[in-house]
Design a protein around this ligand. Structure first.
Ligand SMILES: Cc1cc2nc3c(=O)[nH]c(=O)nc-3n(C[C@H](O)[C@H](O)[C@H](O)COP(=O)(O)OP(=O)(O)OC[C@H]3O[C@@H](n4cnc5c(N)ncnc54)[C@H](O)[C@@H]3O)c2cc1C
Length: 532
């Protein structure tokens, strides 16, 4: 097959136009092009008066494809073999069923692979199935009654279910293609297969999760909801079983020699239990900060100029970073165009924020996190769980500053950069799902962090004129951008306790939906290859 890149077309081009453009570039009749598909689509809005779309296309032609593209540089045209994901052959012989803890992206993809391989995995998920979980989350946002087992962090689908469902990732693992294929096969919009900024939206994610659940069950897997993994049974340095609490009260056991820990970055009780069991855990760099909100219309105008409300362009996004020569840097993260700021608490007495969008991204505001890196040497203590304690402290401060009912503390950018508390809102109407109280977020975050955010805001405004909008709203606290710990694993993906496979974001091996899913596949492959 041929892959042809850099096909530039005006806004609104159809697949047929791309095909014609490809044929024209190769100087062949359109009819010679077979098996045509769009491989990549991105927007080039650097020239505001001539915004265009850039495509890559994949197709086959009869005859010598290499000769046909010989005149083109490699970054323009290549001949390639389509990628098909092939899991390893099963070497595992143990009759015991593997246990997967957590049904987020890592757990879901591990369960898909192990069930397709006939190993009949048992999944323990502390939260509810997505239908009930959605009710619990909405109930929390309206009545402020937090279900500490089923919320934005915990429950079927994992942390990313109430998100923008952005599928961008920095990893270059070929398994990413398999993850996109499986998500599209289970109901995600087809354009995730070629969009340079693929996203699903929280409204569609719930159905995708349900469909994946059904596939795992059809392949012999079993998913136990409202079941919290509470203890590891170990003998002679190896896993012998697990204990779990069903519906918050009944303790049960499963005999197994294989446990995949796909627990996410918020399972602090589980990490503490594992640490006390002697599982080797290390501190890991992570980031904290705030969420910022601007009117989406402003971001569209800054990004697209006079085409700001062209529906074919959709809601504009941005990605900014500031890395001064000396001192800490700040960067924007998990930008949600036309989205909502969500209260993503999972512990009583703690306020945590994050972002979410629906597939249409048609909300009034744009939001993103502004984060600052926290390195292990930020803390005097060498204790591996110090980062968790720090996060918890920030969240409790935000809770108290918000008035102790999960209302989040907020501040206008204009006041923040002038070091004065906010007393009233301006023109931007915040979307935080549990509301905001105007305050002074410097009372939540350490000076090192707030001063870095301040510097970053000025730097971002130099890069993206208009970003330093005085009425833009900062909401605190964004404390769970990634895991503050790494559960150590060897080349066989196992901990110092044999048969225990730490996996995904919570274990410190992924950041984001796609990389967590890829790590789920990697660990499941390690289980298939493990000769026990
Ligand atoms: C609001 C929000 C928005 C986000 N937006 C995006 C986005 O747009 N794009 C993106 O790439 N990433 C996003 N992320 C990050 C992304 O969700 C995570 O990186 C990803 O979900 C990590 O996958 P995981 O499977 O490793 O862990 P998780 O998704 O966190 O799943 C862990 C699962 O384990 C379960 N669990 C934990 N402890 C136990 C236990 N003891 N017993 C049983 N079950 C347990 C939890 O209930 C949970 O379901 C967002 C996160 C949040 C919170």
């Amino acid at each position: 097959m041929i892959r042809l890149n850099e096909i530039r077309l005006p806004i609104g081009a159809k697949a047929e136009d791309i095909k014609k453009a490809a044929a024209k570039e190769l100087n062949i009749p359109v009819s010679d092009i077979k098996d045509f598909r769009i491989a990549r689509e991105s927007i080039d809005s650097r020239k505001k008066d001539r915004i265009s779309f850039i495509y890559s296309a994949e197709f086959s032609v009869d005859g010598d494809e290499s000769a046909l593209i010989a005149a083109f540089p490699e970054n323009k045209a290549t001949v390639f073999e389509p990628y098909n994901y092939t899991p390893p052959a099963v070497r595992r012989t143990s009759p015991l069923r593997p246990v997967i803890v957590g049904f987020g992206p890592a757990g879901m993809f591990a369960a898909l692979l192990l069930s397709q391989a006939g190993l009949r995995p048992i999944v323990l998920e502390r939260g509810e199935r997505v239908e009930n979980r959605t009710k619990s989350v909405k109930n929390f946002w309206t009545s402020r009654k937090l279900n500490t087992e089923s919320n934005v962090q915990f429950g079927e689908g994992g942390a990313g279910t109430f998100s923008d469902g952005k599928l961008t990732t920095g990893i270059k693992d070929p398994r990413c293609r398999e993850v996109f294929r499986v998500l599209a096969e289970h109901g995600a919009p087809q354009e995730i297969l070629y969009s340079s900024k693929p996203h699903i939206g929280t409204d569609m994610l719930a159905d995708v999760v349900k469909n994946i659940r059904n596939t795992v069950i059809q392949n012999g897997g079993e998913i136990l909801f409202n079941c919290r993994f509470s203890d590891l049974i170990v003998a002679n340095g190896a896993v012998f079983g697990v204990r779990y609490i069903e519906n918050g009260k009944t303790e049960k056991e499963i005999e197994t020699d294989c446990v995949l820990l796909c627990i996410g970055h918020s399972a602090r009780d589980t990490v503490e239990m594992l640490y006390n069991k002697g599982v080797k855990i290390d501190k890991k760099p992570f980031s904290v900060g705030v969420r910022i909100e601007h009117p989406q219309e402003l971001i569209n105008k800054m990004q697209y100029g006079r085409e700001w409300n062209n529906p074919l362009l959709g809601a504009a996004d941005y990605k900014l970073s500031n890395h001064p020569l000396h001192g800490r840097g700040g960067y924007t993260f998990c930008m949600c165009p036309g989205g909502t700021v969500v209260t993503a608490s999972s512990e009583e007495g703690g306020v945590v924020v994050n972002g979410m969008s629906e597939y249409a991204r048609d909300g009034e505001n744009a939001n993103s996190a502004i984060l600052v890196g926290i390195e292990p040497d930020f803390f005097e203590s060498e204790h591996p769980l110090t980062g968790i304690a720090f996060q918890r402290e920030l969240e409790q401060k935000a809770y108290r500053l918000g008035g102790g009912d999960y209302t989040a503390p907020a501040q206008l950018v204009g006041d923040f950069v002038k070091d004065r508390p906010s007393v009233r809102l301006g023109t931007v109407k915040p979307t935080c799902t549990t509301g905001v109280i105007m305050s002074d977020i410097r009372k939540v975050l350490p000076d090192k962090v707030t001063s870095t955010i301040k510097d970053a805001l000025f730097a971002f405004d130099r890069q993206f004129k208009g970003f330093l909008l005085p009425d833009a709203v900062l909401t605190a606290v964004e404390s769970r951008s990634s895991s503050p710990v790494r559960i150590l694993r060897d080349d066989l993906k196992q901990t110092n306790i044999r048969g225990l496979f730490p996996c995904g974001e919570g274990a410190g091996y992924a950041g984001g939906i796609v990389s967590a899913a890829v790590d789920g596949l990697r660990c499941a492959e390690a289980v298939l290859l493990d000769e026990v």
